[in-house]
Design a protein around this ligand. Structure first.
Ligand SMILES: *[C@@H]1O[C@H](CO)[C@@H](O)[C@H](O)[C@H]1NC(C)=O
Ligand SMILES: *[C@@H]1O[C@H](CO)[C@@H](O)[C@H](O)[C@H]1NC(C)=O
Ligand SMILES: *[C@@H]1O[C@H](CO)[C@@H](O)[C@H](O)[C@H]1NC(C)=O
Ligand SMILES: *[C@@H]1O[C@H](CO)[C@@H](O)[C@H](O)[C@H]1NC(C)=O
Ligand SMILES: *[C@@H]1O[C@H](CO)[C@@H](O)[C@H](O)[C@H]1NC(C)=O
Ligand SMILES: *[C@@H]1O[C@H](CO)[C@@H](O)[C@H](O)[C@H]1NC(C)=O
Length: 658
């Protein structure tokens, strides 16, 4: 037998392996190594049944890329204010050229595939040269990867299926050339199914009561009740009149005017046709046009365009069959505030995934990667690639907007380090091309999604009353901007300092277990660890000072007056904070474009170097895992980052840059 079978469960498959064509080059006995395993902590999926061996899998092999170790240097060059090349972003072709896999990587993988009976004529190399794709049967893949495929069902969503294996192997000579293979161990689908938005309904009575009470603390606390209202009452919104825009009530009801006042931000005036704000939604999350209409009638009647541009990715569909806060709350919150703030500029919704499969961050990246689409090299017969593999036409179908905000996230522990690094590399490439990518930091403080934490060995989840802190992803990727949440304490006004959000949600924040600290935040994090050393040891979080810490910045995330399913209710979450911060970056880009400059692109380098353009938040904590979490302190901290934006100062900073 040519294979040193590692898992006994697949030993029977080795019989079939003998019938395969011989490898072009004999390398002595092949040794297979485990390439990836399901993170031990994944818990929401249960194995249902073995997948039928004749089923077809759309296989993607992510090839190891060159020059990734130079990421920091490249990012610094285009994004650090001290760099002479600030704002000189890369073209898609330059990105492809710099990071494309080595020829020997392509060759090693092609040789391996052919030896496994996958003829080169079945295989496509992506235009970006970093993915090899082909269709294969389950039987072929099980043999090739020495594994077994099963269909998994979601614990709480019985109709949500996912195809996966528990671990897979590759020959040792191939391992260094492969980042990841999908579908395998990544439980990354159906992000949209897991939304549990935090919200409170605003009743007519509550609204009137608030107006009467003039926003004073005790009355308003009582007036906003958690009890659901009759959803069939279409008059709900009509009773919130302009008095709601009274800035004295921003501690209990956030409106676009409250945000403008808090962040020193004017109304939008510019609308460059090339500068829409991108907002990502994962099906079945969807907006209802009727909600947007209701909202804009109330808060921005002069908005020129009440419908976002819709870009469907991965068979995306803006579904309207299921309607409740849990289906519409996220999109409503994201779109209503952002569209009001950036008006007359428009927003683009990237609606990712269909109703059956849902979608993953990878589907989104496949859909927008600017280099996929705009690269018109036409070198499908690239001599460097031996000319024998046809390049696929699989290219992104939508271009990336200059700013992209996503209010969805996973636990870093859910997905696997290789998979997360691969995606993070893609965010780095977007950053080089001048795209600002923002992610919400999570709503469970130092705990993860659903309030869970990690066991001491990191191998399982605890119920959230103890254990290690559970950082989020992609907020921990150094090449995105992670946005935490703040709030106005009850009884304070827009002229007072905000505090870390401690109402309904706690701002997500902490330290990555996967990503190393980027240079741009070394000083800020070291000051925090030295001057405000948290009272926890390595049993709670990686306190080495050598890992990526998040969030980077924050913005208000409490009491957003949102029109959802025909009525106004209050929404809470870093889900609100990310698109609001993104809106400000979009507006700054408008100014820069008008001045003949490039979009700002990756903002972290400039912001950490200029913390004075932010309002430092120094009050509040982000509890979780049986602790009070971290504390907001002077300077950067792992719950409010550098603080909330002072738009005018931030704009001035970016306008002075070339
Ligand atoms: C795999 O099969 C699907 C459906 O038949 C097809 O659309 C796709 O192009 C195939 N992919 C490759 C890489 O051949
Ligand atoms: C899922 O299926 C199981 C067993 O078939 C059943 O007991 C459970 O109630 C179902 N859960 C949901 C949310 O449909
Ligand atoms: C959405 O609505 C359809 C049709 O009413 C229903 O069959 C389906 O279960 C719903 N989906 C969810 C996730 O509730
Ligand atoms: C913390 O991160 C550093 C740098 O990545 C790493 O060397 C160290 O092993 C980590 N500590 C723990 C306890 O995981
Ligand atoms: C709009 O943006 C483009 C760059 O995308 C720029 O070339 C053009 O000058 C801008 N137009 C205005 C009116 O600002
Ligand atoms: C600080 O935060 C606490 C807890 O949220 C809050 O009760 C208090 O009012 C805040 N102080 C100020 C000055 O905002």
């Amino acid at each position: 037998m040519r294979f040193n079978i590692i898992t006994s469960v697949v030993a029977t498959l080795a019989v079939a392996a003998d019938a395969k064509p011989l490898a072009k080059f004999q390398r002595g006995p092949l040794r297979h190594v485990v390439h990836e395993e399901v993170p031990a902590v994944h818990s929401k999926w249960q194995k249902d049944h073995r997948m039928h061996y004749t089923a077809t899998l759309p296989v993607k092999i992510g090839l190891a890329q060159q020059n990734l170790h130079r990421a920091e240097e490249f990012i610094y060059d285009v994004a650090n204010p001290n760099s002479p090349n600030y704002g000189r972003h890369w073209s898609p072709a330059e990105v492809i050229e710099m990071f494309k896999p080595k020829r020997e990587s392509v060759n090693a993988i092609m040789e391996w595939l052919e030896s496994e009976g996958i003829h080169p004529s079945r295989v496509k190399l992506s235009v970006t040269k970093n993915w090899i794709t082909f269709n294969a049967t389950v039987r072929e893949m099980e043999q090739m990867l020495k594994t077994e495929y099963h269909v998994y069902k979601h614990e709480t969503q019985n109709n949500t299926h996912h195809v996966a294996c528990e671990k897979y192997h590759v020959p040792d000579y191939v391992a260094e050339h492969v980042d990841i293979i999908t579908p395998t161990v990544h439980f990354d689908k159906s992000l949209g199914h897991e939304r549990t938005n935090k919200h409170k309904k605003v009743s007519n009575e509550a609204t009137k009561e608030l107006k009467r009470s003039n926003g004073r603390r005790q009355d308003s606390t009582k007036a906003i009740v958690g009890s659901p209202l009759d959803g069939s009452n279409p008059k709900q919104g009509q009773h919130i009149d302009n008095a709601m825009m009274d800035l004295s009530q921003c501690d209990t009801m956030i409106t676009p005017d409250c945000l403008r006042a808090l962040y020193n931000m004017p109304k939008g005036t510019l609308a460059n046709a090339s500068n829409a704000l991108g907002i990502v939604e994962y099906t079945p999350q969807a907006f209802l046009q009727t909600d947007l209409d209701l909202y804009f009638d109330q808060f921005t009647p002069d908005i020129p365009q009440k419908t976002p541009q819709i870009l469907l990715l991965a068979d995306g569909v803006v579904q309207t069959q299921n309607q409740s806060f849990n289906f519409n709350g996220e999109s409503a919150l994201d779109l209503e505030f952002a569209m009001a703030l950036i008006s007359p500029q428009k927003a683009s919704v990237y609606q990712v995934g269909d109703l059956v499969q849902g979608a993953s961050f990878n589907n989104f990246l496949d859909g927008i990667d600017a280099s996929y689409c705009s690269f018109k090299g036409g070198d499908s017969k690239d001599p460097n690639m031996d000319g024998q593999y046809s390049a696929s036409v699989e290219c992104g179908i939508a271009t990336a907007t200059n700013v992209i905000s996503t209010s969805y996230g996973s636990n870093e522990a859910d997905l696997g380090a290789k998979y997360e690094r691969r995606q993070c590399d893609e965010y780095m490439k977007l950053a080089l091309q001048g795209v600002t990518v923002l992610y919400s930091s999570g709503d469970s403080g130092v705990a993860g999604n659903g309030g869970v934490c990690l066991s001491a060995d990191g191998q399982s989840f605890t119920d959230g009353t103890s254990g290690k802190f559970n950082p989020s992803f992609p907020g921990g990727c150094p090449w995105v901007t992670s946005v935490g949440a703040t709030q106005l304490s009850k009884g304070t006004t827009v002229n007072d300092a905000e505090t870390a959000c401690q109402e309904v949600i706690f701002s997500g924040g902490g330290f990555s277990n996967v990503f190393a600290i980027p240079s741009y935040q070394k000083k800020a994090v070291s000051t925090f660890m030295t001057d405000h050393a948290p009272p926890y040891g390595a049993d709670r979080f990686n306190n080495s000072g050598k890992v990526r810490a998040f969030p980077d910045v924050s913005a208000n995330g409490a009491n957003y007056v949102t029109a959802v399913d025909g009525q106004f209710s209050l929404s809470f979450g870093t889900s609100a904070s990310a698109p609001v911060f993104a809106s400000m970056i979009n507006m700054i880009n408008e100014e820069r474009l008008q001045a003949g400059k490039s979009p700002v692109g990756f903002i972290n380098e400039a912001l950490y170097a200029n913390p004075q353009v932010m309002n430092d938040i120094t009050n509040g904590t982000n509890p979780g895992c049986g602790t009070v979490g971290f504390s907001a302190v002077k300077g950067w901290d792992p719950l409010t980052g550098l603080g909330t934006p002072n738009y005018a100062k931030m704009k001035k900073l970016f306008m002075t840059l070339p």
